[in-house]
Design a protein. Structure first.
Length: 76
């Protein structure tokens, strides 16, 4: 479980890194979905802290899908 939390934190960092191109940041958010419910805090953090509307919306969508019990793939 410790490795999983570390992976989530690293991926969250990539999503929040403003020096990266948008598509990299979007893919990092997509990758968080691999962790299902464990990713919700990281997705919520990104949603709160980012100033990019497209990233906020992506996080909101994934959070809602995970909470609804939907199978979330890495592509929308």
């Amino acid at each position: 479980m410790e490795n999983e939390q570390l992976a989530i934190e690293v991926i969250r960092g990539i999503a929040m890194d403003s020096s990266r191109v948008l598509v990299e940041r979007q893919r990092a958010i997509d990758a968080l979905t691999l962790f299902h419910e464990a990713a919700i805090p990281a997705l919520a953090y990104i949603e709160r802290k980012t100033d990019m509307h497209v990233l906020k919306e992506r996080c909101r969508l994934y959070i809602q899908r995970i909470k609804d019990g939907a199978i979330v793939s890495m592509t929308l």
